[in-house]
Design a protein. Sequence first.
Length: 314
Amino acid sequence: MSARRRHPRTRENRLLRLLARLEREPRFDPVAETLGAGIRSLPLGRARDVLHGTWLGHPVHPLLVQVPIGSWLSAAVLDLRKDRPREAGLLVGLGLAAAAPAALTGAVDWAELNPPHKRVGLVHALSNTAAVALYTASLACRATGRTRAGRTLGFLGLTAVGAGGMLGGHLAYRQAAGANHAEAVPHLVTEGWHRIGALDDLPPGLPVRRSVDDVPVMVLRGTDGAIHALADQCSHLAGPLSEGTVSDGCVQCPWHGSVFRLSDGLNVRGPAVAPQPAFEARVVDGQVEVRLRGQDEEEEEAGEPSEAGHEHIH
């Protein structure tokens, strides 16, 4: 009995160990860097942010992949019945047509990831490329009357899609690629004002890192005297905004180039698809205090009086 209980866990651990080795495998890096540089150099303009999903608030790729996966899975069900070859072929073709935009959004996202993500993502892409090749051959066989071969190639394609989906799930849920890495900030910062240091200690025009309830915060004292504060860890992949560059009222993440508006944390350019949590700032007796934006509205709704007699700087 104990051996039976250990066996599934042993297999699971082997799979996780294999994926961990893949994350650490540096031999994929030259290929990944070359492909990534090529994708980043594509003249996509504003369409790049559309492909990232800045307009949607989360990546577009997981949404688009539902179409080819669903189409091919439905085709497999019909292939098992063997009585709807024409409909199965149409579903295979639909999946192939939908695979192109899904692959493009995934490639644009993948090019802006860290090396461990890219290594897994590269194998994920290879699995899906194999699936597309198998389904293309399957469709060709179906079109020429070789239905049995078309079914076989379709099942092989679905197997490749399953492997690619497993790797995609590892990327999304284990490695948190595409997740909002600043989502926890509003849940960690307690309500009210928090003192972060003296105003004279903030160098004008240079972002610095401070802490609120152990949450890193980027603070900037503008040359005009305005004080801005954003969560320091970039919502894309937790890059340090306090080490970024400031220009035109925005801060750019030093890791992957996401740009956020200092006044409210809005993500004005990807790859980040979520805004940064922003703070209000005020000066009390020469000390800078910050409060998470939105808390003042909650206090007013709760009937608490707003504070007065302090200098608010925005």
